[in-house]
Design a protein around this ligand. Structure first.
Ligand code: NOJ
Ligand code: CA
Length: 544
């Protein structure tokens, strides 16, 4: 039976951590691996199954580590390879998995491959990157970092040629038409897998291959290469995963699951902005619509669903009109915007209203997939829009109300970024220690929601059906797995709502709210009524 063999990632809770931001163990103002190790118990207590750590490799940090200068090391600020091994060991001891970024598409321009490539036309590395005498090839490929880049080509004086890059000019794209590059990446995978890592979040996968006359995204050749990485993983390792970062429409993400022979998991990007739309508009339609556009995926593959991450809240997968609306509603100041997105954290986006923060999480967890929580969002951390790029959502984790929020014992001036100390978001109020003591804190309520979600696999594995479609102020979703049924009813408005539901299939069952642990009566053959408080929700298990 399926339930018995369900792979670990199917019903997992993920937690995204930036080592730089989590905990500084050696007073240099920069978070590090020993710092993260010292906080593993906290992460475990949250109910997390898998930690995703942002890039830890040596890097000039032009893109906070997504510009890798050496795939086989650890940035000295963060620690050593030995520290990393200890992290894996300590995580595994606690039954926590660890995945890390696999940045396939590009390296840093400081990587020795690129240095050799640009300096010597006869070097074997010349063909590791995508060079051209002109800057007019692949003109249909969009520019992703719109606010900073004017072209996907940059002229290199040394080479006397242009090189291709989908992100910052300091991140030249690798040439995946060269089998040597594919082999290099296999070796990189092997290195970290042999160290015990549980898999990879593969960065920017749609862009591996370029072809004239296309937008250079999601090409069949790219899928072939990704499948070869998966085959390598399956042949040599067990229980390890590949998670695709493909910011695409669901129908275009579908091929990344292959026939169950490409990625185990893929982010569901487009549902994310629609959760924010639904809560601001008090209207469930955007979520229902995007889910209607979401195809079934192969057995033992899973969506990764999220509210926020370390990047801007991307608005690539919405219409122009929706984007303007989202910017107007959620990013009224120009500093809050970046590229096609919004560089803010969850709590400030939701007006620091705990009801909305919990509603957003409860809604996310009610959807099929495995949720990812971005560090700090579980305590309602704020952001700092005065910091450049996406740094405003990567500030130090707030552990307590001591100096530097308990993140570091360095002088406050030495921190890689200031801790949040403004108004309602100050670390003096918003911190783990405080939240842990308060039974009504966002942290404790999230812990409870996570626990319920995890212990009811119907959330992660079940089918879903939207109900009460005419009552658009609420999202009502019935999750079913084998003989388990959970009815999730969420009020997206700041007004009370009376829901009347017809549940012919469930007549006679008793409804018990898993969140409040309260009985809600029996489902009758006529109408079943539910009363929802403003931004309130129920997760009603329906059983005999
Ligand atoms: C996606 C990552 O999430 C982002 O932070 C990074 O800048 C780009 N890929 C380029 O690697
Ligand atoms: Ca440190």
């Amino acid at each position: 039976m399926k339930a018995v063999h369900t792979p670990w990632y199917m019903n997992a809770i993920f937690y995204e951590v930036h080592i730089r931001a989590y905990r500084d163990s050696n007073r240099d103002g920069i978070g590090d691996i020993p710092g993260l190790i010292s906080k593993l118990d906290y992460i475990k207590d949250l109910g997390v199954d898998c930690i995703w750590i942002l890039p830890i490799y040596p890097s000039p940090l032009k893109d906070d580590g997504y510009d890798i200068a050496d795939y086989y090391g650890v940035l000295p600020d963060y620690g050593t390879l030995e520290d990393f091994k200890t992290l894996i060991k300590e995580a595994h001891k606690r039954d926590l998995h660890v995945i890390a970024d696999l940045v396939l598409n590009h390296t840093s321009d400081q990587h020795p491959w690129f240095q050799a490539s640009r300096s010597d036309p006869n070097s074997k590395y010349r063909d590791y990157y995508v060079w051209s005498d002109t800057d007019d090839k692949y003109s249909e490929a969009r520019i992703i970092f719109l606010d900073t880049e004017v072209s996907n080509w940059t002229f290199d004086e040394k080479a006397g040629m242009y090189y291709w890059h989908r992100f910052y000019a300091s991140q030249p794209d690798l040439n995946y038409d060269n089998p040597a590059v594919i082999e290099e990446m296999r070796q990189v995978m092997k290195f970290w897998l042999d160290m015990g890592i549980d898999g990879f979040r593969a960065d920017a996968v749609p862009y591996l291959i370029e072809r004239e006359g296309t937008n250079c995204e999601n090409l069949p050749e790219t899928h072939q290469i990704l499948k070869s990485f998966r085959a390598y993983l399956d042949e040599n390792y067990e229980g390890k995963i590949l998670l695709a970062e493909a910011n695409q429409w669901p129908e275009d993400v579908l091929p990344y699951f292959g026939d169950g022979d490409e990625f185990h998991m893929g982010f569901h990007f487009p549902v994310m902005p629609r959760i924010f739309m639904a809560i601001r508009k008090g209207d469930a339609s955007p979520i229902r619509w995007i889910m209607s556009q979401t195809p079934d995926i192969p057995e033992d593959t899973q969506w990764c669903i999220f509210l926020r991450n370390h990047d801007e809240l991307t608005l690539e997968m919405v219409t122009e009109e929706e984007r303007q609306w989202m910017w107007a509603e959620y990013a009224p100041l120009p500093r809050m915007r970046l590229n096609l997105g919004i560089r803010r954290r969850l709590a400030p986006l939701l007006d620091n209203d705990q009801r909305k923060i919990l509603l957003a999480n409860a809604l996310l967890y009610a959807l099929p997939g495995a949720p990812i929580i971005y560090y700090g969002d579980e305590i309602g951390m704020g952001d700092n829009i005065w910091l450049p790029d996406r740094n405003g959502v990567r500030t130090p984790m707030q552990w307590n109300d001591h100096t530097n929020a308990g993140f570091s014992e360095a002088n406050p001036e030495e921190l890689y970024a200031p801790v949040i100390d403004t108004d309602e978001f100050t670390y003096r109020k918003v911190n783990v220690e405080q939240a842990a003591k308060d039974p009504d804190s966002t942290l404790n309520k999230m812990r409870a929601l996570i626990k319920i979600r995890k212990s009811n696999p119907v959330f992660a594995l079940g089918d879903y059906r939207f109900l009460a479609e005419n009552h658009t102020e609420c999202l009502v979703i019935l999750r079913t797995y084998q003989d388990q049924h959970i009815l999730c009813a969420l009020n997206l408005t700041d007004r009370q709502q009376e829901l009347t539901l017809h549940l012919p299939d469930l007549v006679g069952k008793r409804m018990h709210d898993l969140v409040s642990d309260k009985y809600h009566g029996r489902i009758t053959s006529t109408e079943t009524s539910l009363h929802l408080e403003p931004y309130g929700f129920f997760w009603l298990v329906c059983q005999d």
